[in-house]
Design a protein around this ligand. Structure first.
Ligand code: FES
Length: 142
C-alpha cells in the first residue's frame, strides 16, 4: 500500500544562495556530460567528502610544456553548493599553471560566487580537493 505524502510545506524554504550560485548551479560550467572515457584527459582526481559522503571527479587537460591547465571537466554526486562551487573553480583554474591552480582556495571560490552560507562552505572544498588529487595524479606520471 502506498502512503500519500502529507508534509507539503505551506511556504517554500527561502533561497539562501546568491544569484551567482544559482546561475552556476542551474548552468554548471565545464560539467562532464556523458561518458568520461570520451574526454581524453592528462590527469584525473576522485575525492569523497567525509562530512556528507558526496563525491567528485575532476579531469584535466594540461599543456606539458607550460604546465598550464587547458581544459577542465568534472562530475559530482553532490549538492547545489558543490555543483556551483566546482563550476566556479573550473572557470578559475582554466588557463592557470598547476602551481597557480593549487593556490585557489575555498574563500576565493566563495568570493567568486558572491558568498556561500557558512554551513555549506565545506562543499567548495570537494572540488578543490579533487583538483589537487588530479594534479598529484599528473605529477606522479610526469
Ligand atoms: S552537502 Fe555534500 S558537498 Fe555539499
Amino acid at each position: 500500500m502506498t502512503k500519500k505524502c502529507t508534509s507539503t510545506p505551506k511556504t517554500p524554504a527561502p533561497w539562501v544562495y546568491s544569484e551567482k550560485v544559482k546561475e552556476h548551479f542551474l548552468n554548471p560550467q565545464n560539467f562532464l556530460m556523458g561518458d568520461e572515457k570520451k574526454f581524453k584527459c592528462d590527469a584525473k582526481g576522485i575525492i569523497g567528502n567525509p562530512i556528507c559522503g558526496d563525491q567528485m571527479l575532476m579531469m584535466l587537460k594540461i599543456d606539458k610544456k607550460t604546465d598550464t591547465i587547458t581544459d577542465v571537466k568534472w562530475k559530482t554526486y553532490g549538492c547545489a553548493s558543490a555543483i556551483a562551487s566546482t563550476s566556479a573553480l573550473s572557470e578559475l583554474a582554466k588557463g592557470k599553471t598547476l602551481d597557480e591552480a593549487l593556490k585557489i582556495d575555498a574563500k576565493q571560490i566563495a568570493d567568486y560566487l558572491g558568498g556561500l552560507p557558512k554551513h555549506k562552505f565545506h562543499c567548495s572544498v570537494l572540488g578543490h580537493d579533487a583538483l589537487k588529487a588530479a594534479i598529484e595524479n599528473y605529477r606522479e606520471k610526469h
